[in-house]
Write a protein that binds this ligand. Structure first.
Ligand code: ADP
Ligand code: MG
Length: 454
């Protein structure tokens, strides 16, 4: 048998043909076959982020290509290779239980560019999607659907917050099917557009609406929450759904919440949505965020230090769109100024975004704006009066002095004409609690902040 090194070179050569250039450079380039014992195949990968990608995304493919090259691996271990030191981080993950894992293996042909006829973004493919525990179910379901459109999970319903990769995954299904069968009719549409077209059809008696949606092989419909409260559109979509489903055409839906939480969704549509597979997509954990940053930086031809990657991942926990935004900002800034995109540059940029707001706000502004918002005078607010319509604004002003300016309780009491600082403590605690429970208070506070920083 070939030496481990030549065997691995041959495996890599084959894999290089089946994944994008960026994916290969990010994940495969610096790997090595350390142990080619069939019972205990061990592969060294460059960092801890790569381990999970290999386990979830590339394990089956590697096993397959190894087998073609004469090595029937029973178990594949991935370890981080560091100079002189080697840590076994993880064992092989269990194989996908769907039974279709074999079919899901990326076809070993160079990927063709999708035809421009669809509005699908070719950048959104499975290759460029980083998998972690927050999205691995959604990822696996999408791969399964891409391999078995119309037969496996129909409909596939993905839900989760904004910027977490739903559109990316759904479009990846479209891209994958299209690259395999260029004749496949794939229609991607946002629900808002669907609603708009429906209204136009009614208003201008336009024809062709139903045909357009019912004569496709795959219908990908994004942001279904926009159908809430629109009864006629729901009815039309119900018929579209049935027509497609009956002829085993694949339907993929996304929404910001699960079917049962979309308000005013008719019962029959809700039950249809729950026929197939419903999966949530969550915010990736720290390690996955690191992997996403690494991959995206690599894609831009930049290699960031571990500290920079971790700094970004640590500080941006909202969603991936923002994470991407921060990274792009960092890279653009570094290029423009001719500096390194390192931690201190990142700190400067992100620190700016985070700390610039409160600096130019004074306690007087907070008190004045809050009074104005509630249409009372500052004098009333700082007076001894205990009328209900004055007490709440006063408490909110105290809360804002604390949350925005981090003033001490005695200082806050003084700002609002109180002698006793325990009043400030109680007021702030009360608003903190109310914000969690009372929608109206939450709105007041948010609105006042908006105006403060406008
Ligand atoms: P959603 O539809 O859930 O609001 P998107 O699919 O538009 O989110 O994702 C926002 C951005 O983040 C896109 O540019 C997408 O490519 C990227 N993104 C999200 N999740 C991932 C991931 N796991 N790996 C790589 N990129 C991701
Ligand atoms: Mg989206």
């Amino acid at each position: 048998m070939a030496t481990a090194h030549t065997l691995w070179q041959s495996v890599l050569g084959e894999i290089e043909l089946s994944v994008s250039h960026a994916t290969f450079a990010t994940w495969f380039q610096n790997t090595e076959l350390l142990d080619d014992n069939e019972d205990n195949v061990t592969i060294a990968v460059p960092n801890v982020f790569a381990i999970r990608q290999f386990q979830i995304k590339y394990n089956d493919q590697i096993r397959d290509v190894l087998k073609k090259n004469g090595l029937d691996a029973q178990k594949i271990n991935y370890v981080v290779s560091t100079k002189g030191k080697r840590t076994v981080i993880n064992r092989e993950t269990t194989r996908s239980g769907s039974g279709s894992a074999q079919e899901e293996i990326i076809q070993l042909t160079p990927s063709r560019a999708p035809t421009p006829a669809t509005t699908i973004n070719p950048r959104y493919n499975f290759d460029s999607f980083i998998v972690g525990s927050s999205n691995d179910l959604a990822y696996t379901a999408c791969r399964t659907v891409a391999a078995n459109p119309g037969t496996k999970y129909n409909p596939l319903f993905l839900y989760g917050g904004v910027g977490l990769g739903k559109t990316h995954l759904m479009q990846a299904v479209g891209n994958e099917i299209k690259s395999r069968d260029s004749n496949a009719q794939i229609l991607y549409i946002n629900t808002e557009t669907f609603v708009k077209e429906f209204i136009e059809m009614i208003r201008f008696k336009k024809g062709g609406f139903s045909d357009k949606y019912r004569n496709v092989d795959v219908l990908i419909i994004d942001d279904m929450q926009f159908i809430a409260g629109k009864e006629k559109v729901q009815e039309e979509f119900f018929h579209t759904f049935n027509a497609l489903h009956q002829s085993n055409k694949q339907i993929i839906i996304s929404s910001d919440k699960p079917p049962k939480s979309i308000p005013t969704l008719t019962e029959r549509l809700r039950s249809r949505f729950e026929w197939g597979m419903t999966i949530d997509v969550q915010m990736p954990d720290f390690e996955t965020r690191c992997a996403i940053i690494e991959a995206k930086a690599n894609f831009s031809g930049v290699s960031l230090s571990k500290e920079t990657v971790e700094y970004l991942a640590q500080n941006i926990k909202t969603n991936i769109r923002e994470l991407e935004g921060a990274l792009n900002q960092l890279l653009a800034y570094a290029e423009m100024r001719g500096v390194e995109p390192d931690v201190s540059t990142a700190e400067g940029l992100i620190g700016n975004v985070r700390h610039s707001r409160p600096q130019h706000i004074t306690s007087k502004q907070i008190v004045d704006r809050t009074a104005k918002y509630f249409q009372i005078s500052t004098i009333e607010m700082t007076s001894a009066k205990r009328d209900k319509h004055i007490v709440l604004p006063r408490q909110i002003a105290m809360y804002l002095l604390r949350s925005e300016l981090h003033l001490s309780f005695p200082k806050i009491a003084v700002e609002l004409g109180r002698k006793d600082h325990t009043t400030a403590i109680h007021s702030i605690e009360k608003i903190e609690k109310a914000i969690k429970l009372d929608f109206a208070i939450r709105e007041h506070v948010a609105e006042i902040k908006e105006r403060l920083y406008a």
